[in-house]
Design a protein. Sequence first.
Length: 237
Amino acid sequence: MFTGIVQGVAQVASIQDKPGLRSFRLQFPDGFAQDLGIGASVSCDGVCLTVTELHGDNAADFDVMQQSLSLTTLGALGEGSPLNVERAARDGAEIGGHPLSGHVDFKATLATVRQPENNHVMRIQVPQPWMRYIFAKGYIAINGASLTVAEANRAEGWFEVWLIPETLRMTTFGDKQPGDTLNIEIERSTQVFVDTVRDALDERLGPLMPALEALLRQQGSSPEELAGPLPKLKGLS
């Protein structure tokens, strides 16, 4: 498990392709790998990887399966590429972000970047089926960093996060440009809640669900919002 508090930026030192997988050697910031052991877990841009070999105090090897390469941004990394890293949380450690598994759910695209004074706003375009799990003020993990959703637009399929200077200093986000791809892990308790509500509605309403969903979409709502007060439907008394 990870906390989503990025501990530094590593660089890809070398890449070696092997049958069925790709091996990365990562160069870590000073002090990051102290007491790191073979078999330890490290979040690399939000992907949980296992140390397979150590090289001194600041470098380690990781093997990544083809499926992980295709489902995450790791497949696009080259030598010199930077990535956010965090070591696995220890018992009793302060959870400054929110619990993360290191299992990326999907890739999203950085749509725009705005830079108001002392802030850095990223708008992220999301594949539509995943927007049901993203709510304003809720947690989200982007490239392994625990962040709070500032705004979410389900109809247009995007959400925004605001980053302070310290987050930019400790992560790779300051270098990201529109069009870049990001790893996203949704908050698990939100997923469980939303899926439970959807399953309950589907079980009870059955054949009526397609018509109800279409009606709710016309009103700018969704089945998930039925977990709270029912939306007021136009034209109905």
